[in-house]
Ligand binder design. Structure first.
Ligand code: P53
Length: 503
């Protein structure tokens, strides 16, 4: 029998507020970390900008999502810098046009995030900002108009900056209650308009990046950094679990998922030491968060991970019970690439933003150093489904690439089509092998600002946005070849892809 996607499989695309909306200081929105983050490139990091205690402007490389600024300094927007997220691609004003294009492709689901700082500008305000609530209501209504199911990330790397400044961010337990209040507010507000929710985008980045940074920059993270990362995560786990319980109480129909940065790790050689190192990598990078959120408890290996870095996790009485009761309904993840793990010295290393390890001779790499590995997606799907046995969604997958606009305005992105075709086939194979995969939302369905580098030219979209790295351009939207191809995929529920020859 030919492989096929289930009849009710949901197809669509995904964006995040801070990378798409722009309008960073309009209608009462508060600042978030990306608003004080400059643009970078594959070779140059993004910087977090500040004014130091003597009033001098400065910047520090932002490894991960916001850089650690000096004692006494304050985050600041500087006149001398360009901040790509301030305008982003102006989804804030163009969402009607954009959602119409998504509908034209045939979306049944559209993933976006709510910016916490639009709802609670300082993160802990007594009352929500009405203009923020109205904006998302209008976006969700627009989706409903076309029968598009919104899939809402409650947090996509964008803790209100004021909470970072006053409380030091997620290492502070206080953020749990602020987040839960925010989540409860939007759960009540959008009841009937939204059904699918995700608590924290790529929650595991906090720990995974620490390891990767040492691989990339050669500098090992300190025990203090690990202590903070694990504590930060514990608070997010508790916040996520409480949110799941509150969500179900508000509407039993709510389907609430976690969201993991899904990188498939392979042992670099068949040296047993590499096999073990790879297993430990999965535990730390992938399972640590997934187990707490989907099994409701810390994995058996967690104690080892903490001990390795002398971490003393601070928990409150009742936390373990909260985790147990706040299991997610579905496991969702992003998938872009695989990485190799080895204990051996390697000459041919991967170099790119947030990719590390030994180069895999069986794979090709994108211009940003990310491995093209659809089999890795099938591997991840099968491994994770067997571990948790709850519905899965691939909520990000795509190819960041340079695009060329032809004289007649067309964009021939066959490389992007090839990337998605191969990954769609991988999903079909996993489904055929018993995996309960329910949705696929491609990353950056429209070109948006890259999270890792702040570039526009690292494009993922099926819709081109006329704007360069410095923010110049008309911001006009143009469908690429991939737009018409994806439309065909959706119209045939993936059949056109599956009928083509094997990957
Ligand atoms: P960009 C690193 C590795 C894998 C996924 O990334 C990552 C990152 C962070 O850069 O993030 C996710 O834009 C994230 C999105 C992001 C997307 O992947 O760096 O959830 O916000 O845009 C692609 O190419």
């Amino acid at each position: 029998m030919t492989k096929q996607f289930p009849k009710n499989f949901m197809w669509g695309g995904a964006i995040a507020a801070n990378q798409a909306e722009g309008a960073y200081n309009l209608d009462g929105r508060g600042l978030t970390a990306t608003d004080v983050t400059t643009g970078g490139s594959v070779k140059m990091p993004r910087y977090t900008t500040y004014i130091d205690k003597d009033g001098k402007p400065g910047k520090v490389a932002s490894m991960g999502h916001n850089g650690v600024i000096p004692e006494g300094a304050k985050y600041a927007v500087l006149d001398t810098e360009y901040y790509p997220n301030h305008q982003a691609v102006d989804f804030y004003h163009r969402y009607k046009e954009d959602i119409k294009l998504f509908a034209e492709m045939g979306y049944s689901i559209f993933r976006l995030s709510i910016s916490w700082a639009r709802i609670f500008p300082n993160g802990d305000d007594i009352r929500p900002n009405q203009a923020g609530l109205d904006f998302y209501r209008s976006v969700f209504e627009e989706c409903r108009k076309y029968n598009i199911e919104p899939l809402v990330s409650i947090w996509h790397f964008d803790t209100p900056l004021s909470l970072e400044e006053r409380f030091g961010g997620w290492t502070n337990r206080k953020l749990v209650d602020f987040y839960v209040k925010y989540a409860e507010t939007i759960f009540r507000e959008y009841k009937g308009l939204v059904k699918y929710w995700l608590t924290f985008n790529e929650i595991n980045n906090t720990i995974m990046f620490l390891d990767m940074m040492s691989d990339i920059s050669g500098k090992e993270a300190t025990d203090k950094e690990y202590q903070d990362a694990y504590q930060h995560l514990h608070h997010q786990f508790v916040a996520s679990a409480k949110t799941v319980q509150i969500g179900h109480a508000i509407d039993p129909n709510y389907v609430i998922g976690n969201m993991i940065c899904g990188i498939t790790f392979y042992p670099g050689t068949c040296d047993p030491k590499d096999i073990l190192a790879n297993q430990h990598k999965w535990e730390q990078g992938i399972y640590y968060c997934g187990d707490v959120q989907a099994k409701g408890k810390y994995g058996t290996y967690a104690k080892r991970l903490w001990k390795e870095h002398n971490v003393e996790l601070v928990m409150e009485d009742g936390d373990l019970e909260i985790l147990e009761k706040g299991k997610v309904d579905m496991y969702t993840f992003s998938y872009y690439m695989s990485n190799n793990v080895t204990t051996h010295e390697v000459e041919d290393k991967v170099s790119g933003n947030f990719s590390a390890g030994a180069k895999n001779p069986y794979l090709t790499y994108s211009d940003w150093g990310w491995a093209h590995d659809p089999v890795g997606l099938q591997y991840y799907l099968e491994k994770i489904y067997d571990r948790y046995e709850i519905p899965l969604m691939v909520v990000e997958n795509g190819l960041g690439a340079f695009d060329t606009v032809e004289e007649d305005g067309s964009i021939h992105d066959d490389y992007r089509i090839d990337y998605h075709r191969a990954h769609i086939k991988a999903m079909a194979d996993a489904i055929d092998n018993g995996v309960n995969l329910i949705a696929y939302t491609t990353w950056g369905c429209i070109d948006i600002v890259s999270a890792g580098t702040g570039e526009m030219r690292k494009r993922y979209g099926f819709i081109y946005v006329d704007m360069d790295d410095a923010g110049n351009g008309t911001l006009n939207r143009t469908p690429k070849d991939s737009f018409y191809w994806y439309k065909e995929v959706l119209a045939t529920n993936g059949l056109n892809v599956l009928e083509e020859s094997d990957r």
